[in-house]
Design a protein around this ligand. Structure first.
Ligand SMILES: [Cu+2]
Length: 139
């Protein structure tokens, strides 16, 4: 009599573990895919400069409805920082496929940086004031 009670208890425990185990697997599976959202919102390719010595930063001031200097030349791996100091809001947006990664939010004050890793000529404008244009040449 007592032995049949015991075996019944064991069976319940085994069943309970099986259910918990199955739920655990389902839970893990449904969690797995949701961790990657929003990771690429900046669009900036975070390429770390490998081996190339002494990357530098060139500053372009955004003031008085223009980028100054409007044309800068940097080396591959260098960073261009735009400093927004105008009363009007501006942003920096690349022109054409080659400059697609250049896409800043709209700033009134503050700064925004982009690191150029591939040589070429990158044209950009302020989409709010399309007459504001600039060029970054990467050597
Ligand atoms: Cu502007």
């Amino acid at each position: 009599m007592s032995s049949s009670r015991r075996s019944g208890f064991v069976r319940v425990m085994v069943t309970a573990f099986a259910v918990v185990g199955a739920l655990g697997v389902v839970g893990c599976g449904s969690d797995g895919g949701t961790s990657e959202s929003g990771a690429s919102s900046t669009g900036a390719t975070s390429v770390t400069t490998s081996g190339v010595a002494a990357a530098s930063t060139v500053t372009v001031t955004v003031d008085d409805m223009k980028f100054s200097p409007a044309a800068v030349t940097v080396k591959a791996g260098d960073t261009v920082t735009w400093k927004f100091e105008d009363k009007a809001p501006h942003s920096v947006q690349g022109i054409g496929d080659a400059a697609m990664g250049i896409n800043s939010p709209i700033f009134t004050t503050g700064e925004w940086s982009h690191t150029f890793t591939v040589p070429g000529t990158y044209r950009y404008l302020c989409p709010l004031h399309p007459e504001m244009k600039g060029t970054v040449t990467v050597q």
